[in-house]
Design a protein around this ligand. Structure first.
Ligand SMILES: C[S@@+](CC[C@H](N)C(=O)[O-])C[C@H]1O[C@@H](n2cnc3c(N)ncnc32)[C@H](O)[C@@H]1O
Length: 206
């Protein structure tokens, strides 16, 4: 029912000026520094540890990590002390994704890969609309395309995510257990170290 409503009525909340400015500056950097490179979006990147890992794993792609928390992003930039150079195909951006995703779509930008790693679960029943797949912005996430990967320690979150992806895209999305031998985010490391089972769904929306 929630998804039906989101499919039928476009989400029209105006985008905030600070998100427009952050979006415009990040796309200007992307086009100036790596024109034409396939784009990877690391949504809810937190301190950006996964963004760094993705930039190193996909050196011919450009990675934008987006998080709304300036302090997490700052901590990430400062904490990058493994002695390796900061990847030049990486940008970390402070913005609210509810706007950033729609601005990408309005600009006609499509993704090669899209990561949503350990989003806030909002586990209470009344919180469904706060989970990304229950939020009215989710059709924009699907329309951005690419290989969409979501990971969580909450199997219900991934099961719901798969249902929403299937309903909006017509593509089959399967939930699977995920073993994080080499964790790429602080939450992934924390969950693995405390013995949580992890789950993920990967779907090609191209
Ligand atoms: C549970 S943390 C996971 C961070 C990181 N992916 C990890 O695994 O360590 C969720 C992150 O989502 C970010 N976030 C939540 N809502 C957001 C929004 N509307 N726009 C941008 N970031 C958001 C929070 O600031 C937080 O850093």
């Amino acid at each position: 029912m929630v998804l039906d409503r989101h499919m039928k009525s476009p989400f029209r909340k105006p985008c905030a000026d600070y998100n427009r400015a952050a979006f415009a500056a990040s796309i200007e950097r992307f086009r100036r520094l790596h024109p034409g490179a396939p784009l990877i979006l690391d949504s809810c990147c937190g301190v950006g540890e996964s963004s760094v890992a993705l930039a190193r794993a996909f050196p011919d792609h450009y990675v934008i990590g987006v998080d709304q928390s300036a302090s997490r992003l700052q901590r990430g930039r400062r904490g990058q002390r493994d002695g390796r150079a900061w990847p030049d195909n990486l940008d970390l951006v402070r913005a609210d994704l509810v706007d950033y995703w729609r601005l990408l779509l309005d600009a006609g930008i499509h993704l090669a890969r899209h990561y949503l790693l350990y989003p806030n679960p909002w586990p209470k029943i009344g919180h469904l609309r706060r989970r990304w797949h229950g939020h009215p912005v989710f059709p924009a996430v699907i329309a951005l395309g690419g290989v969409l990967e979501c990971r969580s320690n909450w199997s219900i979150y991934i099961a719901e995510h798969c249902l929403a992806v299937e309903q909006l895209s017509g593509r089959e999305a399967l939930a699977e257990p995920y073993l994080a031998d080499l964790p790429i985010t602080p939450f992934e490391r924390k969950y693995r170290d405390s013995g949580h089972c992890l789950f993920r769904a990967v779907v090609d929306l191209a």
